[in-house]
Structure formats: structure tokens, C-alpha cells
Design a protein around this ligand. Structure first.
Ligand code: GLY
Length: 305
């Protein structure tokens, strides 16, 4: 069944994704075309341009994409200076023998590919970063910033409001092919070099035509520890419905020893394109879905666990 499933901030990309799937574009294209407008929208504070910077005031972007036909995948982490990490992740998948590039290597590859370079730190995000530092960092430390140990300040950034965000797209096209994509700036004012779940295949995203796909938003450290996206797909392989699989993965998440508050939202589709979204320790989560026959995408409320 043709379907596009995106998380709440994916609304900006739904029109492009729906147009692409109605034009019979492959699932991978639909995922990439859906995520690109979200990456460019400075109003989406957890993705791409306008995303929150790290403790040093630098925006580091993460993204991954996965092809459910072949289980091929590509990802970038801590990419600086490029506005479409999802497209760079796709080029990693298509042009390299690797699946994940980070930091300077990812930026070097983005340049080689002719990816769109650009400023990702907006004035609004820069001001918020400065205000956060002013609120939390004592004047004597601030004078030496950033030549100070950062770990203590990184611990203060573990706030469920800003350790969240991300955009996820799951697509099944008219040929039955499935793809998953995820893009994020990670959590606000994170330790430099921190990667969340989004570029980690099996944690933030996973797709397998035979069983379905899953992608996560929220506190990525939890989804990494529980291998959430791959677990959902594996549970479907073992015979669970998409809802049962998400609930089993939610149990995995809730069994983790947690030092910081935060939750995860699991977005999933099965091999027939049936969607299910479960918010684990998060309130008021919505998502977007378009399926065959709908004139416009529908906004729906996630179930809660
Ligand atoms: N889920 C996005 C992140 O933790 O970076």
C-alpha cells in the first residue's frame, strides 16, 4: 500500500513527499524529497538550518537513509556547513563502500559530491545558545569559554524539551518498496561530537521490505541502547503485528536504567504499509500520514506507552 508516514515536524515536507509518491517516484526519493524541506525550514528547531547548536555554538547535523529492498544504508554524523544531510547520507549509501561518515570526513565527502553548502546557525539559534550559556555558566567559567572542561555543562543539557526533535519519514511506494529516513541537529547544546540515534542504523531508523520499517524521535541515547528501530522490525519478523512490535520495543526502552528524563517516539509501518506510532514517556505527540485515496495528509495522535 502506498503510504508516507512522517513525524509532527515532518508536516513541512509532506506536500513534496505526497507529490513524489503520487508521481510514482521510488520510496527512497520520496523519503529524501520529504526531508529536504524540513532541513531548510529555520522554524523547525531540531533539524537542519535553524537547528540548535552544540555547547560551542556549532550546528552539527546527523542523518541516515535506508533502502528496504537491499538493506543498503548511508549516514552522516556531526556534519557542519551543509544544509541537506539526508542527501549526503544518500550519496554515502550510493557511492561509498562505507555506511557512516562523521565530522570533517563527512564534510569533505559532501564537498566532493557538490552538496549544498550553507550557514546552518540562524541568529535566533545563536541568541538562544548565548542565553542558555548566560543562564547556566558562571562568569569566571564564561571568561575562559570554551577552553574549559565541558562535561559538567553537557549534563545540564539533558532536558526532555530540547533533547528531542528530529524528523522521520517512512515510505512504501507502489511497487511495495520501503525506505526510512531520519534527520536531526541532535539535542540542544550537546557535547561537541555527540551522535544521537538518527545516524545509527538500527537505532534511529531501519527498513526491510520483507517486514516493515521503523524510525525514532526523542532522546537518541535511549534508542541507541535498546536498538529500537531494528528491534521493531525484528519483532515483526518474529510474527508480531506492528502495534505489538512497537509495544515490545517500548518495554525494552522502559527497562533501561535511566539517569535523565526523556522519552522516545517510535514510528513504524509493516510490510503491508500499516502504520503505528507509539510515544514512550512523551505526551501529546502527533504525526502525519498519507495513504492511497487521501486528498491531503492527515494529522493523527500517537498512542502512549
Ligand atoms: N533523536 C535524535 C537525537 O537524539 O539526536
Amino acid at each position: 500500500m502506498r503510504i508516507v508516514l512522517a513525524n509532527s515536524v515532518g508536516s513541512v515536507g509532506m506536500p513534496a513527499a505526497v507529490e513524489a509518491i503520487q508521481s510514482d517516484r521510488p520510496a527512497l526519493d520520496v523519503v529524501e524529497l520529504g526531508i529536504r524541506p524540513v532541513e531548510l525550514d529555520p522554524g523547525v528547531r531540531s533539524v537542519g538550518v535553524g537547528g540548535w547548536p552544540n555547547l560551542l555554538g556549532e550546528v552539527e547535523l546527523d542523518a541516515s537513509i535506508m533502502d528496504g529492498r537491499t538493506l543498503r544504508t548511508g549516514a552522516v554524523g556531526a556534519l557542519r556547513g551543509y544544509v541537506h544531510p539526508i542527501s549526503v547520507a544518500r550519496r554515502v549509501m550510493e557511492e561509498l563502500p562505507h555506511v557512516l561518515l562523521v565530522g570533517d570526513g563527512a564534510a569533505r565527502f559532501a564537498a566532493e559530491c557538490g552538496a549544498e553548502a550553507g550557514e546552518t546557525l540562524t541568529e535566533e539559534a545563536r541568541v538562544e545558545w548565548e542565553q542558555w550559556l548566560e543562564r547556566h555558566i558562571p562568569a569566571d567559567v564564561w571568561k575562559r569559554w570554551p577552553d574549559v572542561p565541558l562535561a559538567a555543562w553537557a549534563r545540564l543539557t539533558a532536558d526532555p524539551e530540547t533533547a528531542a526533535g528530529t524528523t522521520t519519514f517512512l515510505v512504501q511506494d507502489g511497487r511495495g518498496d520501503i525506505a526510512a529516513g531520519v534527520s536531526t541537529c541532535g539535542w540542544a547544546f550537546k557535547y561537541p561530537g555527540r551522535l544521537g540515534d538518527s545516524p545509527i542504523i538500527g537505532a534511529g531508523g531501519y527498513a526491510d521490505n520483507r517486514y516493515g520499517a521503523a524510525a525514532c524521535t526523542g532522546m537518541g541515547e535511549l534508542a541507541i541502547r535498546a536498538s529500537t528501530a531494528r528491534s521493531v522490525v525484528l519483532y515483526m519478523k518474529m510474527g508480531m503485528t506492528v502495534e505489538e512490535a512497537c509495544r515490545e520495543a517500548a518495554d525494552d526502552l522502559r527497562s533501561l536504567d535511566r539517569r535523565y528524563r526523556g522519552g522516545v517516539t517510535i514510528h513504524a509501518i509493516d510490510a503491508e504499509g500499516r502504520p503505528y506510532v507509539l510515544a514512550v514517556d512523551r505526551d501529546d505527540v502527533t504525526y502525519w500520514v498519507w495513504t492511497e485515496g487521501m486528498e491531503v495528509p492527515e494529522r493523527r495522535e500517537a498512542d502512549r506507552a
